[in-house]
Design a protein around this ligand. Structure first.
Ligand code: FCX
Length: 438
């Protein structure tokens, strides 16, 4: 059986050739206009970067190398005894464009488990951080510190050919992913369960199986399966979102993958992006506290208006690209609907009811281009139900997941020899001049 790296080695030449041809034959082809609204509007809609592993369609949602979420649920190997997609099979698909065999998936699980222990100095570093420091800040610090052992950085210092960059970047990427569960679980234990014993990595388990176990929820098979699905679904959402784009931008300077991904985590830590899942739970709980149990649709509607009139956004709704309900939201809702114990939870009931009312209210409010729920509208509530109630930690789980897409891009950017990212900025004065002369 070929390893992930050997498989990549086989698929890289065809992609290099495809890029070479695009450059040679179509460099000057015009594929769109740049409007003033793109420049002052956060570059929305501007097609300006290469990203191979997934494409986001505004109405249909995400596809990973052409496969929709239901396709992935059908085709990608689950964990032994499980049903949900696991990180390893999703990573294989993202990296190679191929659906891995069960044997390949298991081999990758083993490789990740073998590489998963943290260096002692990183453990000490994490243990020394104040428990009051946000878990996302801690995760970024831990990931950046892992660059102490960067194969890419060491090789670059020695002097390597550009054609060899990707193999070192890939090795760093795999080590980074392998170590994320131990890093993220240590932060959880330090902050929320001090003094409890963090289990060692089980070499027989998949990445997320180990992560769940290290968090202390390994006995709950439903929680393990939920986290597997959650992590696979949050893995990649094309390239323009803030975390993915940050990883790519920083990586384009030839900073090693650890540094690049650490930077991405800080983009994820903003409330308009990854932190939204923490915000959703905070908001839902405030609603539940104010309105009590068995809330009516009418009461939710009033609460939504109160949020909007106070000038806040409704967390978990809207999207920079999507214009329909997020299929990731639908997949997580389906997970809930297949488990009666989740459907009985008052928090999950409230999420469902809110999703029935909020689009109408947001449409009437008339600002957002997408009044439908995104994945964050539901993701945290299931964690809460299963006992992971510390919602400041939720974005860390997203951070473990988003590595799948970012490390794929960091490897491919080196394999394709993509250049330093350096768009042109303009001042408002220059923009006025450009408008006059257009
Ligand atoms: N509630 C209230 N107002 C909203 C809104 C919401 N959920 N979503 C968008 N709007 C407002 C915007 O604030 C903006 O107002 P302004 O003109 O006064 O600045 C207007 O509607 C137009 O925004 P729009 O073009 O639809 O959305 P953007 O691309 O600018 O922003 C995000 C997209 C996701 C940032 C926005 O919808 C939002 O703030 N949502 C709530 C936070 C959230 O759920 N984030 C997670 C998104 C995602 F899933 C992820 O990255 O994880």
């Amino acid at each position: 059986t070929k390893t992930l790296k050997e498989t990549l080695q086989e698929v890289i030449p065809a992609k290099q050739e495809q890029l070479k041809k695009l450059k040679a034959e179509h460099s000057q082809a015009v594929i769109g206009d740049v409007k003033v609204e793109n420049i002052i509007g956060g570059m929305r809609g501007l097609k300006a970067m290469l990203w191979e592993s997934s494409v986001l369609d505004p109405s249909e949602g995400i596809r990973f190398h052409g496969l929709s979420i239901p396709d992935c649920q059908e085709k990608l190997t689950p964990a032994p005894g499980g049903k949900e997609i696991i990180a390893e099979s999703m990573l294989w698909l993202l990296m190679t464009g191929q659906v891995p065999t069960t044997e390949q998936t298991r081999q990758l699980s083993k490789e990740l488990a073998e590489k998963g222990e943290l260096p002692a100095f990183v453990e000490q570093l994490l243990d020394s951080l104040p428990k009051t420091l946000h878990p996302m800040t801690q995760l970024g610090i831990g990931v950046a510190a892992l660059n102490h052992d960067s194969a890419f950085q060491a090789a670059y210092e020695k002097g390597i050919k550009k054609s060899e960059y990707w193999t070192y970047a890939f090795d760093d990427c795999i080590n980074l992913l392998a170590r994320l569960p131990a890093l993220a679980a240590r932060i959880y234990r330090n902050v929320y369960k001090p003094g409890t014993e963090l289990p060692k990595i089980d070499k027989e388990l998949d990445l997320v199986g180990n992560y769940t176990r290290m968090l202390g929820f390994g006995d709950n098979q439903n929680m393990t399966e939920y986290l597997r699905l959650y992590i696979a679904l949050h893995g990649d959402h094309e390239g323009g979102n803030a975390s993915a784009h940050t990883a790519h931008l920083v990586g384009s300077t030839l900073a090693d993958p650890y540094i690049a991904y650490s930077a991405a985590l800080y983009a994820l830590a903003g409330p308009l992006h990854g932190l939204a899942n923490q915000e959703v739970l905070r908001w839902q709980q405030a609603m539940q506290k104010e309105l009590g149990e068995n809330v009516s649709h009418e009461q939710i509607k009033e609460y939504l208006w109160k949020t909007l009139k106070s000038g806040q956004v409704v967390p978990g709704y809207g999207h920079g690209v999507l214009r329909n309900p997020d299929p990731r939201f639908l997949a997580l809702q389906q997970f809930c609907e297949s488990r009666p114990e989740l459907m009985e939870s008052s928090t999950i009931q409230l999420v469902k009811k809110t999703s029935e009312v909020a689009p109408g209210v947001l449409m009437e409010h008339g600002k957002t281009k997408n009044p439908y729920p995104n994945v964050d509208a539901t993701s945290g509530c299931v964690l809460y139900h299963y006992g992971l109630t510390e919602y400041k930690y939720y974005t860390v789980i997203f951070g473990v997941s988003r590595a799948l897409g970012c490390i794929t891009q960091l490897t491919w950017a080196r394999a394709l020899g993509l250049p330093l990212e350096r768009p042109k900025s303009v001042s408002m004065g220059a923009l006025e001049q450009l408008v006059k002369s257009s």
